[in-house]
Design a protein around this ligand. Sequence first.
Ligand SMILES: Cc1ncc(COP(=O)(O)O)c(C=O)c1O
Length: 383
Amino acid sequence: MNDAVRFPSLSELRERRSAKWTQYDAGVLPMPVAEMDCLLAEPIAQTLIDAVRRGDTGYPPMDGVPSHAFAEFAADTWGWAPDSRRCVLSSDVSVAGIAALRTLVPDGSAVAISSPVYPPFFAWPGRAGMTLVDVPLLGADRGYALDLAGLERAFADGVRGYVLCHPHNPVGRLVPEDELAALADLAQRYDVLVVADEIHAPLTLPGQEFTPYLTVSEAARATGVALHSPSKAWNLAGLKAAFLVYEDPRFDEPLAGQRHTLPWNAGHFGALAAVPAYRESREWLAALRGHLADNHALLRRELAHRLPGASCPVAQAGYLAWIDVQACGYGPDPAGRILEVGRLALGIGSTFGPSGAGHVRMNIGCHPDLIPEAVDRMVAASA
Ligand SMILES: Cc1ncc(COP(=O)(O)O)c(C=O)c1O
């Protein structure tokens, strides 16, 4: 393992007061909540320590520096140069996504998502005053591709917004450029806003390529907004900073109010930390991505040897593993049984949508030693 990325011991982790480490009792190994176990990249830690020492705990900066840092990172990483004035600082991706729907989609419209998917997406349309339509992804046997024909039917039936999860949580898939371009063409034809949640993009695994939605075509730029944040890749979720990114000047006017209010709701520490994350913590990120690829491979080997009924798609990005455990004899509530008998907490598959039944989601943003330990616990619960 590359020691640029360091992990506290399990007993030190249990002293953390974050959601992951306070929801279960001490005998449970927690692997559901999407936060990582590693220590912060040094430039980020130092920035935060310095801010605390200065008593620099006011509102976030309005100088646009965090947005600049994101735009530079996007240019250097993906060859995408969004105008930093259109990278609007926000508290988090969810707030930014709901704000985009509320502002750019007509009131009361239907908004589509594609399950299985990050569970809070099911609530986003309702929180924007809209109704939800689920157009599930094609199945595991078809690589969890977007159901473009199903989306076209939904768009033709009046859906006016689509929340794209890319890279995908939970299956870890990267949508190929031609599929994104086909989605953009449909969105343009049917006047649909695509909200591309790209929060996991910096965690694209080595050898894989992420294509930002707003780079695929004029149709994508005319129909899309993207959501970014350093919170997943550099483990800063509690600090509250994200970006609502768009390119089409036609969105300037409807988004004028949000451009003013969203930044004031961001966390000052999140905004401060974004700058050393995007600018000075890229080598750390490269080491982390290598580590995550190793962890994904280790989990697949462990499952193949010790729990052969389980299967998971090969992730292309992120630190989440989507595991089909239907053949493991856990009964109707696999995550419940694994928690009760194996003392391992995993994401509950059915909360990701109907096809998630019989699945669990494991967060492998951890020290590699915890992966065989987690599989031990899964095996114990399957007996
Ligand atoms: C796809 C996706 N979007 C959004 C979030 C949450 O982001 P935020 O805390 O910025 O709202 C997560 C967290 O796991 C996620 O996986």
